[in-house]
Design a protein around this ligand. Structure first.
Ligand SMILES: [Zn+2]
Ligand SMILES: [Zn+2]
Length: 756
């Protein structure tokens, strides 16, 4: 399709739409992005983009995410590595269910429509995914494995059932998620909601917090944003702990970050989730207060020490001869997790705020007021006691991260493979009976629980005793599906039904070499890291010795417009489709990459778009002019000798440029790489100007050196604007060349080598 312009000096105009459809057709025909089988010794690189929700529309944040990942995937392919670039849709969950309720259709139908549309958008943008490997978490062959994972973790003791507080709407007879509650009212009927306690399923993450923390030290290919997100979620606090004595001789281990001030402790405060909490809340009125606190939705305001609930248990412990009252408050959870903490008002503002609210607290002795003065017997005694207390402490740490609920009272999700039998209790569905199928012909209205109303779903024989039983009608939160959503792309579609977690290809592609995701993905990544360790210990992922799903990770910030988050309400939504049809995919991709580094919020303006458009137009036209010029450039030995030093310098510029661009891409700093590509183009034009100034015309040698340099430019532009760059490479007779600067290939493409 490449038209070099022949002998004509007419400038071929840059027609993005024609170029892009031709390239996309060629990629599709040659199956250019199929996942290859790596050859002996070839690096296998799995580039993992974020998994989109089936919302129906790609937004600019997706374009940013995939433009970065795609540039990296294309770069690694050009370097000769085997690349897997695949993803799946996060298709279960509340947004799809709410959209379906609004449109009065089945969520399954909505999800399918959305997915098809989004796949078409991705293809139009030229993202080099292996589309054959794309999948939906709501597909039966997918969610059967979510159920398998549930049963596997349940058996390992990593899933358990406990009560939790949820919002409930009496009118709609349903529980509500946070985003369905607006100012304390139901999103659907606008009646007031109330909090209720109900049993739910939890994922235990605590056994792996230490390891998740420790491994962060070894991560070399994780950027600062992604590391910071992991640290924030861990919520680690270093400090000391010690044993406190209760009057009946039992002990309580308590923690504080204030190692030097332990002797100044004036109370002890327990988390309501402390493992021994029932012992301390044994008194009737205390138990009642605890129940009230638990059903009061305290998690929403637990960080404010002045407002957070505090319960006095009436119990006390002894420390250094002093009696310390024992309190219960969720403030502990928000600070250190489900533990017991020393209250030291003299050094801790939050503790001081609590002390001010509880009259029974006597302020502890304050430190350092006896320096330089004569010590009386009381002070000597106090110092002795301080020394004794300090001697008892040992260094330790606490993590704020804690187990979380994984089940929801909703229709559109993975059915939980559990049956409730009056005689046997909660009985897991046997593995061989999976999947527990979700009825797909349901049109939820937002009222009640559609699954509970389907007797063909609910009524079932108990797998253990054969008696009458009821299926669990909670479904798994889509966060649970996401725990392993990075696995399926690494398994060929035909292997997924039977061997999702045991397929030999997993060992080839895992861990993923690079995850590229939005900065709000920290929670997903953290929990994926936990589950990887669990599956390593249980067996299937044993080959991942360090229990890490991603060896590298890049988080990027979001895309906003006019300095504000894009929203329909503000009327500032930038639609990628409109941009692509006006400017072409290459221009949009280049603009998104150029506009800001990944760690910065991208405030979208037309400036970057204009820049990208101009650059692509100029490069295209300039290259075609030079192709035409080269055909008529005369052989001239004398002129060639005179400009040899200029060609040599051009060669150096090219070499330098390639080196920089390569380094930028390796670090996924695509904005820098694009800038260096544009600089290289300026240098190439500069070479031509200088030769013309000196000689008035290009000799054949100069023209060829110029074309070589342009071929190199097209190569390093290809990860960012692949359609145009590949067409240009073809026009320059350089199609399919490997990435420059890599060993043996270097000489073949360096225009510096042309010197006489
Ligand atoms: Zn309602
Ligand atoms: Zn039974």
């Amino acid at each position: 399709m490449a038209d070099s312009g022949g002998m004509s000096s007419e400038r071929p105009s840059y027609d993005a739409a024609a170029i892009e459809s031709a390239r996309q057709e060629a990629w599709s025909e040659s199956r250019a992005f199929d996942t290859p089988k790596p050859a002996e010794g070839q690096a296998a690189v799995y580039v993992k983009p974020s998994s989109p929700f089936t919302s129906g529309n790609l937004h600019m944040g997706h374009v940013r995410d995939y433009a970065i990942g795609d540039a990296y995937a294309r770069f690694r392919r050009a370097r000769g590595d085997a690349v897997l670039f695949g993803f799946g849709f996060d298709a279960f969950g509340l947004p799809a269910e709410m959209a379906a309720i609004e449109r009065r259709i089945a969520p399954a139908e909505w999800v399918e429509r959305c997915g098809e549309r989004m796949l078409a958008q991705m293809k139009r943008l030229g993202f080099s995914f292996d589309y054959e490997r794309a999948f939906y978490s709501s597909d039966e062959d997918q969610y059967r494995w979510s159920q398998w994972l549930f049963l596997t973790l349940l058996e390992a003791g990593l899933i358990y059932r406990d009560d939790t507080t949820v919002d409930w709407c009496d009118t709609c007879q349903t529980t509500l998620a946070a985003l369905q509650v607006e100012d304390g009212r139901c999103w659907r009927c606008h009646n007031e909601v109330r909090l209720i306690r109900r049993p739910t399923w939890f994922l235990r993450v605590t056994p792996y917090l230490e390891e998740n923390d420790r491994n962060l030290e070894r991560f070399e290919d994780w950027d600062e944003l992604s590391l910071a997100a992991q640290r924030y979620i861990l919520g680690r606090t270093d400090g000391v702990e010690l044993e406190l004595q209760r009057a009946d001789g039992r002990e309580l281990t308590a923690f504080t970050p204030h190692a030097g001030a332990v002797a100044e402790t004036s109370f002890v405060v327990l988390s309501p989730r402390h493992p021994e909490i029932e012992d301390w809340a044994a008194a009737t009125d205390v138990g009642q207060q605890l129940d009230e606190l638990r059903s009061g939705g305290w998690e929403r305001s637990a960080r404010d020490a002045a407002a957070v609930p505090v319960i006095e248990t009436g119990e006390s412990v002894e420390l250094g001869g002093a009696e310390l009252p024992v309190l219960v408050s969720p403030l502990v959870d928000a600070r250190y997790g489900p533990t017991a903490a020393l209250g030291i008002p003299s050094v801790d503002e939050a503790d001081a705020a609590i002390a001010a609210r509880v009259p029974s607290i006597v302020a502890g002795p304050s430190q350092g007021d006896s320096a330089g003065s004569d010590k009386g017997p009381a002070e000597v005694e106090s110092e002795k006691s301080t020394a004794e207390v300090e001697a008892e402490v040992r260094k330790t740490r606490r993590y704020r991260a804690f187990d979380f609920s994984i089940s929801r009272q909703r229709y559109w999700g993975t059915p939980i493979p559990v049956v409730h039998c009056e005689a046997c209790g909660a009985v897991p569905v046997p593995m061989e009976d999976l999947p527990v199928r979700l009825p797909r012909d349901v049109e939820p209205t937002g009222e009640g629980n559609p699954l509970a109303e389907r007797s063909d779903f609910v009524d079932v024989a108990c797998p253990r005793c054969g008696g009458e039983a009821r299926r669990e009608t909670d479904t798994l939160d889509c966060h649970f599906d996401a725990l392993w959503l990075w696995i399926p792309a690494a398994v060929p579609p035909e292997g997924r039904r039977d061997a999702m977690f045991t397929h030999p290809d997993l060992q080839r592609w895992l861990p993923s070499e690079r995850l590229v995701a939005g900065n709000d993905s920290g929670g997903f990544v953290f929990d994926q890291r936990v589950v990887t360790k669990a599956l390593r210990d249980i067996g299937p992922l044993e080959f991942l010795a360090d229990g890490e799903p991603f060896s590298g990770c890049l988080f990027h910030e979001m895309v906003i417009a006019d300095g504000r988050k894009m929203s329909k309400h503000l009327g500032n939504v930038v639609d990628p489709d409109e941009l692509v049809s006006e400017y072409g995919a290459d221009t949009v991709r280049l603009a998104v990459l150029y506009a800001a580094g990944p760690a910065k919020t991208l405030n979208w303006t037309d400036g970057a778009l204009r820049f990208a458009k101009r650059f692509l137009h100029n490069t295209w036209q300039y290259a075609h002019e030079q192709i035409a010029t080269a055909e008529t450039a005369p052989q001239d030995a004398e002129a060639a000798a005179d400009t040899a030093f200029m060609r040599e310098r051009l060669g150096k510029w090219c070499e330098n440029g390639v080196q920089r661009i390569t380094g930028d891409i390796e670090a996924l700093q695509m904005h820098k790489a694009v800038r260096n590509v544009t600089r290289l183009f300026e240098r190439i034009q500069d070479f031509e100007k200088r030769v013309l100034k000196r000689r008035g015309a290009l000799s054949r040698d100069d023209a060829e050196a110029l074309l070589q340099a342009l071929a190199l430019l097209a190569q390093v532009l290809a990860p960012f604007a692949p359609h145009m760059a590949e067409e240009l490479q073809a026009a320059l007779g350089a199609a399919g060349r490997p990435w420059p600067g890599g060993g043996a290939e270097q000489e073949a493409v360096s225009p510096g080598g042309v010197a006489a």
